[in-house]
Design a binder for this molecule. Structure first.
Ligand SMILES: Nc1ncnc2c1ncn2[C@@H]1O[C@H](COP(=O)(O)OP(=O)(O)OP(=O)(O)O)[C@@H](O)[C@H]1O
Ligand SMILES: [Mg+2]
Length: 474
């Protein structure tokens, strides 16, 4: 398939500039032009150019002001500043504001082509790195999700089955059982993984601010609304919206949420225009929503719409097989982040950890292991367990709250989930290896630079190079 031509927007009050560029370079690039800053800013949204050539000296808004305005956009194209004679004092301002290059007028068309290509190559590399980052995140979230117990393997199998569907998922479970990590995994394993994952904690935002936070507001909608602001639903466009503690959403906002679920549209606070969004919604709660419906605190129609799939996360005390794996996982995690190495947890201490009741579930276990690593002393565990309320239970005790059963999936015809797990794991490893070697190649095997671009630590890059047997001669 023929690749679309790179589109370049020229913002310059002198029409000769875009004419000269089109004459010289139209075989390679498509040019569109704007004669002043205001038109230019509009065309960045309507034309979606790959690159902007921006003149500094223009009547009305000058190039620096235009650059400042363009910086406010979510995802702006790269910008090359073009300046007339004697305007070099603007170079520093432009660079500070993130312009990619600076060209002096009068320019030579061949010279400008070199600048354009340099910027486009950098953009391409950035894009590849961001894709690689997404793939690494996906792999990481998949690899670090502990599911040794049969109960959690069932949870993971449901996640794999429903992640790439558009079904709404309601994740339920006690505090600290992993509701957020499950929501992220659902997003990461879906085709939306390169798009935003936006989390809003409905209980943490004051009631009267939540509507503006979720749906945005128009200028003048209320005192202090000096300019229009996008809501989190707009930021989540094409991605996933994770509504944490959804049981705490005020009743008056629930109907607006229902409208987003049913029509994928809403109106900003103080606005009249419908805003369309393509967002997958995942909710989480540890509240008894059925009771909230009886108490008229939660709409039943919203409950059924949110609940196309329910994932009920078991508490840690009913899946004790996961405890040793979680312990080792958290020790390794905090050893890496605190650059420490502790002696392995003894069998005796591990037995104590397994017997404990864990009212705070995985989060409580994680916090404890963090302290053990920081203080490099496993003997503190006995004290920590005692001060946490001595909740030691027999290993098969089920006398504590276990209203959360194992999830049911509507479709039982799904084949063995383990093969899917293996396939995903292998595919991701293959992509990871390929992209790491590409970045190493592009940086001439400058490992520090490559680690920086990949946004992983130098140490983990070295580990991965060894793991994948990569070397500079390949
Ligand atoms: N299966 C798991 N594997 C690895 N880490 C886990 C797992 N489950 C939970 N964790 C870790 O435990 C911590 C708590 O998990 P999370 O924040 O997802 O819980 P939660 O159910 O959302 O809790 P809360 O209701 O209090 O918000 C996180 O740091 C998470 O990464
Ligand atoms: Mg949470």
């Amino acid at each position: 398939m023929a690749k679309n031509k790179i589109k370049i927007l020229v913002i310059d009050d002198d029409p000769k500039v875009s004419w000269i560029l089109s004459e010289g370079l139209s075989k390679k690039f498509e040019f569109v032009s704007a004669r002043d800053g205001i038109e230019g800013i509009q065309m960045v949204s309507t034309e979606k150019p790959d690159l902007v050539l921006l003149d500094i000296k223009m009547p009305g808004m000058n190039g620096i002001e235009v650059l400042e305005k363009l910086n406010k956009l979510e995802d702006r194209p790269e910008i090359i500043m073009v300046s007339g004679h004697g305007e070099t004092q603007y170079v520093v301002d432009s660079v500070k504001l993130g312009a990619a290059e600076f060209i002096n007028k009068p320019f030579d068309v061949n010279e400008i082509e070199i600048h354009i290509n340099t910027v486009l190559e950098k953009t391409e590399l950035k894009k590849e790195v961001s894709e690689l980052k997404t793939k690494l995140e996906v792999k990481h979230s998949y690899d670090t999700f502990i599911d040794d117990s049969v109960a959690m393997q069932k949870v993971k199998s449901v996640i794999e089955q429903v992640s790439d569907s558009e079904l709404t998922v309601l994740i339920r479970g006690e505090s600290g059982t992993g509701k957020e990590i499950v929501a992220r995994l659902l997003h990461n394993l879906s085709s939306r993984s390169g798009e935003p994952f936006v989390k809003v904690n409905c209980a943490a935002i004051p009631r009267d601010l939540l509507e503006a936070e979720l749906f945005g507001y128009e200028k003048g909608a209320f005192t202090g609304a000096h300019k229009m602001k996008q809501g989190r639903f707009e930021v989540a466009h094409k991605g996933t919206m994770f509504l944490d503690e959804i049981g705490d959403m005020p009743l008056e906002l629930q109907s607006k949420l229902l409208q987003v679920l049913e029509q994928q549209e809403f109106v900003r606070v103080g606005g009249v225009q419908n805003i369309h969004v393509d967002v997958r919604i995942i909710g989480a709660t540890n509240k008894n929503l059925e009771q909230a419906i009886v108490n008229k605190e939660f709409r039943d129609d919203l409950f059924y719409r949110l609940n196309e799939i329910t994932l009920l996360l078991p508490s840690l005390r009913v899946r004790k097989e996961d405890i040793p794996l979680l312990v080792n996982h958290f020790v390794k995690k905090y050893e890496e982040s605190y650059k420490k190495e502790i002696v392995p947890i003894s069998q005796e201490v591990m037995n104590q950890l397994v017997s404990y009741g864990w009212p705070g579930n995985v989060r409580q276990l994680e916090n404890m292991m963090k302290q053990v690593v920081v203080r490099e002393d496993e003997t503190i565990i006995a004290d920590l367990l005692a001060s946490s309320g001595n909740q030691v239970l027999s290993s098969n005790s089920s006398n504590t709250v276990s209203t959360f059963s194992i999830p049911q999936v509507a479709d039982n015809s799904q084949p063995d989930s383990y093969s899917l797990k293996t396939i995903i794991g292998e595919k991701i490893a293959f992509e990871e290896k390929k992209l790491i070697s590409e970045v190493l190649h592009k940086t001439n095997w400058n490992r520090r630079k490559a680690a920086e671009l990949l946004e992983i630590s130098y140490r983990s890059l070295l580990y991965k190079i060894k793991d994948y047997s990569l070397n500079s001669t390949k």
